[in-house]
Design a binder for this molecule. Structure first.
Ligand code: SF4
Length: 405
């Protein structure tokens, strides 16, 4: 089941290589958890010293306009100087967003990081993590844990709260339950992200080359043998959501570098009161949000503040320009008693990472927001193991007549 979408009816997010909403910093590859879909090899000795982190931030400042910096890994909280790193990003006028599994998070640490300039958190929680006390729990049962973190972040206050999870073939049917949970807590959960599982399948159809040299690819972290499904599309996940919520309607996207009509990032913005979604914003609203932020701040918008997320009512002013907002506003105002309840905005992003096409071309996210730094250059964070292991990105070349070159 896949949804049919016309990319011409959506807003193409304006993000590019040198001018983007987000960038991706990896101060460590160490992690305190095992996630099945992780792209990185866990390395407890990989903490970067602060001067190296500063140099990577300088590369971003030189090569890329960016609004937010995702501080990822590994798990960034494994880095002994994580708070200083947050402060270094904030001092440069950028928004530090922690991408963490949350295991090492405490109220004290969160408060300290907020003081250092933390803008928000994206908590990765899904059922294929070997999470202490939560092993064997379903995606639905994990909503209880998600809520604990959302409440903690809400109590500390002033921080953006996002959750992401990897979507596997056998967990896809739970996505609508997490979407429904998000609506219940639209007042404290600002963003939900669903990432289709990917791994490089070593199935004998391809040879692998780096700078013209043939290499063995099978000992890399995200190379998988066997038959895990690695071709889940963003539109498959969308169809699963729309099956339960037919009014769930994306407004914006990022296309693939090789397939312009593929939806690598698919963004839906919902307006709702706690527990009830009244509608989804349309493409014009997203265009206005991105362009006006760029006009005012010189960069595209990443992670709005909680204050903006709770100002759904003021977003209704855009109703004459955006049919989605007009529909949501009409549904909200149909019952005047609702005026006593705050209208919130929540983003739901679906991500479809790298696809290898039958002819070996690699369909990446065009305008990749998760570019990191490798060797002084910008590099796809989802494929960082390749330059680290082989000195460059791997090209996939179909074998001739099923034989090796
Ligand atoms: S190209 Fe890779 S790193 Fe960039 S956004 Fe897509 S999945 Fe993420």
């Amino acid at each position: 089941m896949t949804a049919s979408l016309d990319h011409n009816s959506l807003y193409r997010l304006p993000w590019t290589l040198p001018d983007n909403a987000i960038s991706w910093l990896e101060p460590t590859a160490a992690c305190n958890l095992y996630c099945e879909g992780c792209y990185r090899t866990n390395d407890p000795k990989s903490h970067k010293p602060l001067d190296e982190v500063a140099k990577e931030l300088d590369v971003f400042m030189r090569l890329r306009k960016t609004d937010g910096i995702s501080v990822a890994g590994g798990d960034p909280l494994c880095h002994p100087e994580a708070t200083e790193i947050v402060a270094m990003i904030a001092e440069r006028g950028l928004k530090p967003i922690l991408n963490t599994n949350g295991l090492a998070l405490s109220r004290e640490l969160l408060t300290e990081m907020k003081r250092a300039g933390l803008w928000g958190l994206t908590l990765h929680i899904d059922s294929k993590q070997r999470r202490p006390h939560w092993r064997g729990k379903s995606e639905v049962e994990l909503n209880e844990l998600r809520l604990e973190y959302a409440q903690l972040i809400g109590e500390v206050g002033g921080l953006s709260c996002a959750f992401n999870s990897t979507v596997y073939e056998d967990t896809m049917e739970s996505v609508p339950d997490v979407v429904a949970w998000g609506a219940q807590h639209i007042d404290i959960v600002h963003v939900l992200v669903f990432i289709a599982f990917r791994a490089a399948l070593i199935n004998g159809d391809f040879d692998y080359y780096v700078r013209g040299e043939r290499i063995e690819f099978d000992d890399i972290r995200y190379a998988a043998e066997g038959q895990p499904r690695v071709d889940i599309l963003s539109t498959d996940i969308l169809a699963t959501i729309q099956d339960r919520f037919p009014d769930f309607r994306p407004c914006a996207y990022l296309n693939g570098t090789e397939k312009p009509d593929s939806f690598k990032w698919l963004l839906t913005g919902r307006l709702g009161t706690k527990g009830q979604v009244h509608g989804c914003v349309g493409p014009r609203f997203m265009e206005l949000a991105q362009v006006s932020h760029h006009l005012r701040h010189g960069r595209y918008l990443a992670y709005s503040s909680p204050r903006v997320h709770r100002s759904g009512r003021s977003m209704l002013a855009v109703a004459p320009l955006d049919r989605g907002i007009a529909r949501a506003g009409f549904a909200y105002l149909r019952n005047p008693l609702r005026l006593l309840r705050r209208l919130h905005y929540q983003s739901v992003m679906i991500i479809q990472p790298i696809d290898v096409l039958p002819d070996g071309r690699q369909n990446m996210c065009d305008g990749c927001p998760d570019m990191t730094v490798w060797d002084g250059r910008l590099a796809w964070s989802c494929r960082l193991e390749e330059p680290m292991n082989f000195g460059g990105f791997v090209q996939t070349v179909p074998k001739r007549d099923g034989t090796s070159h």
